[in-house]
Structures are given as structure tokens and as C-alpha cells.
Design a protein. Structure first.
Length: 284
């Protein structure tokens, strides 16, 4: 048990370091030097850096502190402490390491593309370890707890769009908005492709011998309910348990991990659903 805990801590740090590197490449090497702001708290920090030359990483961390305090009740201490650790690594890379690395000075459009790609890789690595770079993640997750019928995607898009639009008067041209939108959309696409592959889905079908334990683990770690069905293997004739768990795309990877923590031999299918109606999702 202790060795497993140490292994998880080491893996968290490795993912934080690698993810922070990619995150800093996307923010500092490309977005900062091309004069545009992607969405989120990082976008606000980039605008503050452009106007007053304030350090990007430090300002992101400072702006995230009140968001963390507001989200503590809804997201829990463990998740926020883990995210704080990730944010500290991001600050180290953004403010200490990358100012000494030559920036990209080519096409702004190419900078927007690569900013989105590298930000997506970094954020996906954070999410895969149950962490976050903070910012609008805290807001959207808290909103989802308070108003579960709202779409996280729509809430995130509204917040990000407002921040991206600020780039127009700050940077003095509409291109800053277009590049910010390009980077933000590409970031979301890359996250989905890394975490879920081409068949991104929000319905997990889990075939196992430990249905009750897995359902409890999913409820404990992700806060999602499951539907438990009885099944029978057509080849073996053995009775099996089948769990159906509908969740958001950002939670699918964590649900799969929770299932495999209980039963490494569990058969897990992730399928795409266009819409989900019911408690915790859309309501007609």
C-alpha cells in the first residue's frame, strides 16, 4: 500500500513536470510572443504581462488563489491541493526557466496553432492525473456542482470568449481575438484526442465481477452514479455485472481509472453520446 502511494506521488510529479513544460511552451514561447491571449486565467495573466510586464506564472497563481477558496466547498481539499502543486510547477517553468529560452518569432497564425497544440498536451497530462492548472476549471466545476443541468462546455466557452475578446482593445487588433479563438479551440481538440482517442465518448460500459465496489469508487472519486445490470457471458456462461456510467468527457478518463483500480480485468467500453437527458445532465 505504501509503495503504491509513493509510486502515485512520483507519477504525479513526473506528469506535472512534463505537462508544465508543454504548458509553458504553449503560453510563453508562442502565445506571449505572438501577442494574443487564449482563454482562462492564463489569458488574463498574458494581458497583464503585456500591459504592465507582470510575470505570467506568478499572476496566474495569484489570480487562482481566490478561485480556489471559492471552490473549496464544491471540489474538495485533495483536488485543490493537487492542483496547487501543478500550478507551482507551471509558475516555475513560466517565470524562471522559459524567460531564458529563445522564443518563437515567426508567423502569428502558426504561433496560435502550436500554442493550442502544446497547451492541449500539457493540460491533458494534468487531467490524466486528476489535477488541473486552475483558472476557469475551478469555476466551471463549481458551477456544474451548483447547476448540474448546465453544459460545462458552454460555461467554459462563455468565460473564455469574454477573456479572448479583451485581447482586441489590449493588443489593438482583431487578429488577437482570432488567434486566441484558434488556440483555445485547438487546445480542446488536442485534449480530447489524447485522453479519449478518436472515439471520444461520455458513456462508459463496464463489465466486471465487482460492480458494487466499482460503483462506490466512481461515486467517491468522481461523484457520478452508475446503473448496475446483470449480464451473462455468451462464451463462458458465467454471470457478470454490467455498469452504465454517463459522465462528461472531462470525467471519462477518471471513471475508467476508478474501475481499473478495483478490477484490473474489467472490460471497459467508452462510447460517444450526442445528448444525455436526466438528473445531472440536460433536462427537458
Amino acid at each position: 500500500m505504501r509503495s503504491e502511494k509513493i509510486k502515485n506521488i512520483i507519477l504525479d510529479i513526473v506528469y506535472d513536470v512534463i505537462g508544465s513544460f508543454f504548458y509553458a511552451v504553449g503560453v510563453y514561447t508562442f502565445a506571449k510572443m505572438a501577442n494574443f491571449a487564449p482563454g482562462g486565467v492564463t489569458g488574463i495573466a498574458l494581458i497583464m504581462n503585456y500591459l504592465w510586464n507582470l510575470p505570467i506564472g506568478t499572476m496566474s497563481l495569484v489570480l487562482n488563489i481566490p478561485l480556489m477558496l471559492l471552490s473549496l466547498k464544491f471540489l474538495g481539499k485533495d483536488f485543490l491541493l493537487k492542483s496547487l502543486k501543478t500550478m507551482c510547477f507551471c509558475t516555475l517553468f513560466l517565470d524562471v526557466i522559459f524567460p531564458h529560452i529563445p522564443p518563437y518569432t515567426g508567423s502569428q497564425f502558426m504561433a496560435a496553432l502550436y500554442s493550442g497544440i502544446f497547451l492541449g498536451i500539457g493540460l491533458a497530462l494534468f487531467y490524466m492525473r486528476g489535477s488541473s492548472s486552475g483558472g476557469t476549471d475551478f469555476l466551471t466545476m463549481s458551477v456544474k456542482v451548483l447547476r448540474p443541468h448546465l453544459s460545462i462546455g458552454m460555461v467554459t466557452m462563455a468565460i473564455d470568449l469574454l477573456i479572448i475578446l479583451l485581447g482586441w482593445p489590449v493588443f489593438g487588433n482583431v487578429d488577437a481575438v482570432l488567434y486566441g479563438l484558434t488556440a483555445t479551440l485547438l487546445t480542446s481538440l488536442v485534449i480530447d484526442k489524447i485522453m479519449y482517442g478518436m472515439g471520444a465518448g461520455t458513456l462508459l460500459i463496464i463489465v466486471t465481477d465487482h460492480g458494487k465496489e466499482i460503483a462506490e469508487k466512481i461515486g467517491e472519486k468522481i461523484g457520478r452514479g452508475s446503473t448496475q445490470l446483470k449480464g451473462r457471458g455468451s462464451y463462458t456462461g458465467d454471470d457478470r455485472e454490467v455498469l452504465l456510467c454517463a459522465c462528461s468527457k472531462s470525467q471519462a478518463y477518471m471513471v475508467r481509472r476508478a474501475a481499473q483500480e478495483i478490477d484490473r480485468r474489467a472490460f471497459v467500453m467508452i462510447t460517444e453520446t450526442n445528448e444525455v437527458f436526466g438528473e445531472g445532465f440536460l433536462e427537458e
